[in-house]
Design a protein around this ligand. Sequence first.
Ligand SMILES: [Zn+2]
Length: 464
Amino acid sequence: MTDPLTTTDDIETYLDATREARLESYKAFLRIPSVSGIPAHAEDCRAAAEWLADSMRTAGLEHVEVCETSGHPVVYADWLHADGAPTVIVYGHYDVQPVDPLDLWTSPPFEPVVVGNRMLARGAADDKGQVHLHVMAAAAVLATRGAFPVNLKYVFEGEEESSSVHLDGWLEANRDRLAADVAFISDSGFFDGNLPAITIGLRGMMYAQIDVVGTAVDLHSGQFGGAVQNPANALAQIIAALKGPDGRIHLPGFYDDVRTLTDADRADLAALPFDEDVYRTELGLAALVGEVGFTTLERRGARPTLDVNGIWGGFQGDGAKTIIPAHAHAKLSTRLVAKQNPTKIFEALRDYVAQVAPPGVTVTTTYIHGGEASLTPTDHPATQAAVRALRAVYGTEPVFIREGGSIPVTAAFDHVLGLPVVLLGFPQPNCNAHAPNEWLSEANFESGTRTIARFWDELAAMRR
Ligand SMILES: [Zn+2]
């Protein structure tokens, strides 16, 4: 019987011997408050980038560079001596989400501590923990074997949590240097407790704002009510027209480019361990709703949605104020699936809103941001290499999942660089990413490192 946690003896011995040192290094990285969305933390983001670059040099990676962008730097490194073997881009991000509400943390977010078997800190899972796993896996392979079986190009960015604003430009500008066969993204997680999972689909996004304007100032609702259009009522009418009670979105052409779920896709999703009642109860809801004719997992990951994210206008203070508001506004997002195009969806929204808007108000629809969905076939050789690596380390069959969220860089690798993308990450689904008390289990920290090292071996068998 082989121990399922055994990678190969040499790497195993190295990882055992360096366990304490790796944990200390992980903590040191987590102590840097690299919150990309808060300008006061710009120097901390740079410090995290420099720390990462140093640890990559120590690991034995080459051409390590802290690359300037107009925002936070990208850390690049490579190792390119596996002639004839595939080349992989490894992506992760060293920036983190803000930490508020601070009073809900059981210990300070940038003072990592191990509680039980969990490392507790902002970024422990998303995504500094995973970036760290990659660097430690590289150190382990180079220290024990002196070479990788594949060529590696590491791209660790510092703006993922603030929309990766400068990454596309950097990828474009470095297109030649980034030539590769596949991208490996570690910014996702496991499924249902601690079930090894490969994320094959991520939804895209189209985010927009609707502004409805009536008069220059609020009007007396007694003097003018009944004579003029009310922007808040008008906005409510517009929003109500966007989606039916059956969950279908009414924008003309909205579903035209949606890739139909095959019977096999539906069978894969149906086979996942997912208890709808538990899911509903954990949310504290009386019912789950969504597009008729699809299961909850299908609706959450493989079908597009439209949701109002915020709505405001008029009087919102205590008590009563009898006005017809001068203006009203809503922000809304659509989560898109392959092959929907965000620009096309925005145009459909803009035209439809103009069509359903009642008279007597000026309505403007503005595009805020968008990104395409991505979908990697389960039978792609790189996906299958990930399956074999997970199977070898965890001794269990991994599942394929589709995430409802978006990782903009996935679409960038897919569309800017034309690369198939393997999404493999090691946090558990309840790791509190973006929330207080974020954590990663020590067990997954260790097994994740081993899986990555094993993945390079499995991938080496993949031919270009
Ligand atoms: Zn992330």
